[in-house]
Design a protein around this ligand. Sequence first.
Ligand SMILES: [Zn+2]
Length: 223
Amino acid sequence: MILDYQIVYSDRKTIGITVERNRRVVVRAPCRARTETVAAVVESKRYWIWQKLRDPRKYLAKPVTKEFVAGETFLYLGQAYPLRLVETESGPVTFIGQQIKLARCDRRRARTRFRDWYLAVAKIHLAPRVASIAKSMGVDFRRISIRDLKYRWGSCTPGGTLVFNWRIVQAPPMVIDYLVVHELAHLLEQNHSSEFWNIVLVHAPAAAKARAWLLTHGHRLDW
Ligand SMILES: [Zn+2]
């Protein structure tokens, strides 16, 4: 197996290897480390890297890069909508008539504009879903927080705060519901035990389909 990796030099003391969720291998090395030394360390960790690369939780495809150009599609609840750049003054992203619109002059801050928009729509979509699913599961949660999480779709604190990544609002409702059930189920079972998965399956019968969707399409949400 040919191993492609990126070396990031910094003023650290040791060589560290990480396999990111998009299956990119990143080797962090001290500034003065020689390339041969780095290669030898990578070689000695080959089996470990290979195992990490095979982890089913890693994406199957490379991440997408957004350019914020006209016609580029953006996902919202599993549907792809084309971007229209409009000649208006700077302002938030709008979603009207099946089109996502952004002011042309805002292209430089498009990423922030889009994140703000997704955060807002995620809140609108998730609040009633979490309330209704929590009711049918018979669990009490404290509050919902939507954030820019780096490596997770969601999490749940022991105090009952459900945290969701804004990116999940790009996924189909079936996937969002599964993620909500998953986090709520952690209020009943903290670990991923067989009891936990039984609870998830009762309340999200399409859990396997949702997880398969995330495995195949997760990279499309992560930009
Ligand atoms: Zn979990």
